[in-house]
Write a protein of this length. Structure first.
Length: 315
């Protein structure tokens, strides 16, 4: 509790604020995570993560955004406590956003948007240098186009522009749609790190709080495949004596060895082959905006236990 109090007082100094001068508004958000990481193939460690999101709203249509986070790699956002050479903190994104009746457009060093990243797509702490446009269509569908580069996987070079080559080109066209209240799907074609991919995902909401999902990603230039099947949702905390609902997320995945670097850009990547993960999380303290989580992963004979707390400041 002393540690939580210390973190709370530290974060409060940079907690969300909003000031305005005419139509210009500045806002910021911070979250802090502490976790215990125990893998079967190396010593355990204690880690921390800071995520900071400053933004400036210039008008109803235009805004500027950035993202600063600990960690040194595309899919790594934690520093290890007690290590003398892991005090990393870098800006990973800097981009403009325009929103209108024609959709949303982002350009600069932009975010990744790829679903629940621990199983499916690019790390949510990653970046792409380029352009994105998302256009809503009829019948609860949308199309997204991304063109750019993923030139460097080191966080200290995330804001470098113009230093990539043709092998770093990034391209994606994705179509997504809902079929009623329970069914939805996505389909995309991608060019990532010299690999060509076809991706399809189907989601079935079999109740108000629970979802089944299936994803298949085929690397068409190397005959390699990634398959994911899982479920997510919410359980009643009262069944186990807890005051708040418990969120869960579980999946099985298989990744061919020849799938390429794309798979390594998922968050906390462990390895290829057969694997799975189960995670539970819930509210620890609403007063302090604190959650807890426990997660177990296993891939290729390596197992890992993650457990920790997260403090959020979002007003």
């Amino acid at each position: 509790m002393v540690l939580l109090a210390l973190l709370t007082s530290t974060a409060s100094a940079v907690a969300d604020t909003t000031t305005s001068a005419d139509s210009v508004k500045f806002s910021q958000k911070l979250d802090i995570q502490l976790r215990y990481d125990n893998r079967s193939n190396r010593p355990s460690r204690e880690q921390y993560r800071f995520r900071y999101y400053p933004s400036v709203s210039l008008s109803k249509a235009w805004s500027l955004h950035s993202f600063v986070v600990t960690g040194d790699g595309f899919s790594s956002s934690h520093n290890t406590i007690g290590s003398s050479n892991t005090d990393y903190l870098y800006a990973r994104r800097l981009y403009a956003r325009h929103e209108s009746e024609y959709g949303k457009t982002e350009f600069g060093i932009i975010p990744t948007y790829k679903g629940r990243v621990s199983s499916t797509g690019l790390s949510k702490d990653g970046w792409i240098t380029g352009f994105r446009h998302v256009r809503s269509l009829r019948n609860n569908s949308a199309i997204e186009v991304v063109v750019g580069q993923l030139a460097n996987e080191q966080a200290n070079h995330a804001l470098d522009i113009g230093k990539g080559n043709s092998d770093d080109n990034y391209f994606e066209v994705e179509y997504s749609a809902r079929m009623g209240q329970r069914h939805s799907y996505e389909a995309s074609i991608e060019r990532v790190l010299s690999g060509d991919f076809l991706r399809a995902e189907y989601r079935f909401n079999y109740s108000n709080e629970n979802t089944l999902f299936f994803e298949n990603v085929q690397r068409i230039d190397a005959s390699a495949n990634k398959f994911v099947a899982g479920t997510s949702g919410e359980l009643s905390g009262s069944r186990v004596g807890l005051p708040h609902p418990i969120e869960y997320f579980a999946y099985y995945a298989y990744v061919d060895d020849g799938f390429g670097e794309r798979v390594e850009l998922t968050e906390d990547f462990l390895g290829t082959g057969h694997g799975g993960s189960v995670e539970f999380s819930s509210v620890l303290s609403r007063q302090h905006n604190t959650d807890w989580f426990v997660r177990v992963d296993t891939v290729g004979g390596v197992t890992r236990l993650l457990a920790g707390v997260k403090l959020s400041f979002n007003r």
